[in-house]
Design a protein around this ligand. Structure first.
Ligand SMILES: [Zn+2]
Length: 85
């Protein structure tokens, strides 16, 4: 992927920060790119990526924020994985 393609990709992609839970139960916020991701294996509403809480690779799954307690949302919001520069 050259820079021009990358710029277009970033412009077109709908990006948003979403709360996910890894397979070990850690909650954190990650930048979720609908329609594609260049830093993780995309598997629908799940993806395999590095967990910034446990510092391990794990399957992360999108979590509905409404299903979390305010404490869980706060904890998840406090941990964000590294953004793409
Ligand atoms: Zn984890």
């Amino acid at each position: 992927m050259n820079f021009g393609m990358f710029a277009r990709f970033r412009k077109l992609a709908c990006r948003s920060d979403r709360i996910v839970r890894c397979s070990s139960g850690h909650l954190y916020t990650t930048m979720w790119i609908w329609g594609g991701s260049i830093k993780a294996v995309r598997l629908g509403s799940r993806r395999y990526q590095r967990c910034p809480v446990g510092h391990h690779w794990a399957m992360a799954r999108l979590v509905d924020p409404d299903s979390l307690t305010p404490e869980e949302r706060k904890a998840a919001g406090a941990t964000h994985d590294v953004r793409i520069p």
